[in-house]
Design a protein around this ligand. Structure first.
Ligand SMILES: [Zn+2]
Length: 110
């Protein structure tokens, strides 16, 4: 039985057997090869991406809070919601610019 030369799991797909490894190991190897030629560190890009996702979640929450505060909140709650929304929007826009910049560097290297 043919086995993946990386993880040694058995393989049955003829394409994978011809490649010498399974699809998961092939993807990992391709990514590692890409990392070696990348000018921009992939782990830093992944961190930016995770931060961006987190901020998107926070922004959605701030928007929901703002909608609620405008409809039912006190003046203090409305002010707090507006402030939170503008603060998180600012950081989200900054993170988006960082991600775009990092992505361009990644793709230039690839
Ligand atoms: Zn494998």
């Amino acid at each position: 039985m043919a086995r993946c030369r990386i993880c040694h799991r058995p393989m049955s797909n003829p394409d994978h057997i011809a490649a010498g490894m399974g699809p998961v190991c092939a993807a990992k190897a391709a990514r590692q090869a890409d990392d070696r030629t990348a000018v921009y560190p992939r782990d830093r890009y992944d961190r930016i991406l995770r931060g961006l996702e987190k901020l998107a979640g926070m922004l959605a929450q701030a928007n929901a809070y703002d909608v609620w505060a405008r409809a039912e909140g006190t003046a203090t709650e409305r002010a707090e919601a507006a402030w939170l929304k503008s603060l998180i929007s600012h950081w989200y826009a900054r993170a988006q610019r960082m991600e775009q910049h990092a992505r361009r560097l990644l793709h230039r290297a690839a």
